[in-house]
Design a protein around this ligand. Sequence first.
Ligand SMILES: Cc1cc2nc3c(=O)[nH]c(=O)nc-3n(C[C@H](O)[C@H](O)[C@H](O)COP(=O)(O)OP(=O)(O)OC[C@H]3O[C@@H](n4cnc5c(N)ncnc54)[C@H](O)[C@@H]3O)c2cc1C
Length: 292
Amino acid sequence: MLGEIRGEVRFKEPLSFHTSLRIGGPADIFVVPQDVDDIRHALKFAEREQLPVAVIGGGNNLLVRDRGVRGVVLRLEGCLGRAEYHGEEALAGAGVSLSALIREAAAVNLGGIECLVGIPATIGGALAMNAGTPDGWIGDFVSAVYFLHPDGTIGEFKPSTGSFTYRAFHAPEGAVLVGCRLRLQRRPLADIQKEIRQRLKQKKSTQPLALASAGCVWKNPPGDAAARLVEKCGLKGKRLNGAEISTKHANFIVNRGGATAADILALMDLTRERVHAHFGVTLEPEIRLLGE
Ligand SMILES: Cc1cc2nc3c(=O)[nH]c(=O)nc-3n(C[C@H](O)[C@H](O)[C@H](O)COP(=O)(O)OP(=O)(O)OC[C@H]3O[C@@H](n4cnc5c(N)ncnc54)[C@H](O)[C@@H]3O)c2cc1C
């Protein structure tokens, strides 16, 4: 069945090559599918061999543990990478880059989703995480999500209230997201470009974009900002080997070179304990952990 896959199949592929943190042990079987049929073959193979399946997009929100991931890892970045624009709507594959979609839509005078500018993501990863900013999240614009059930059949999901919540999409269990429809708005290109420039400038001035990270480590607790709590505990700049709580944004942990997942996890444990001791707040991770 793996032989039927037309995309790439690699064994013991280091996931540090596929995460923005540049950390992560090997995936036993790493598949970059070429199309939906390839995904089906990989799912069937995993089912027959009783192997777990993990789906990743751009790896921008992932902490993969040092011993890697058992079973099959499906990487959708670079697959299902087309978007079409009809009227005021985009139909996008799960592997489309979010920033490319925003740029392409702008070129045909479609906007409305500028609040998502600067979030490194595939559409699949953005949907799964309900990626966003205080000004809006992707779920606000989604009219339909297309996915593969574990048995390979295609499903359509029409989101309703509660389908998308803070950094979560309540998709059907085991679904591999393959695309979505997004509602856009007619807007002049010049206005969109102006807003994009402003938002990117703001991001650059507040986030450590030059260093490897996975974005915000913690979800903001209700009514507060995790970065504020971490900073008040005096943890900004705290370092463990190559891992550091960013001096620029206390909710980021950066890899200054050679950091392991164990280093990041140790800094996370320390942060969780200190914030709990000072404020009685238990921080919840926003980044997704994978592997062993
Ligand atoms: C510098 C930086 C800044 C960031 N800023 C923001 C920000 O402002 N706002 C924000 O929300 N996030 C931010 N992030 C985090 C990250 O960009 C988002 O979470 C993004 O949505 C991750 O997309 P991805 O394709 O890289 O997903 P991945 O990291 O590869 O995966 C994330 C999760 O989605 C699941 N997933 C991915 N694709 C699929 C699929 N096709 N089907 C089913 N499940 C899937 C994975 O299993 C995993 O659980 C930032 C990250 C970085 C590095």
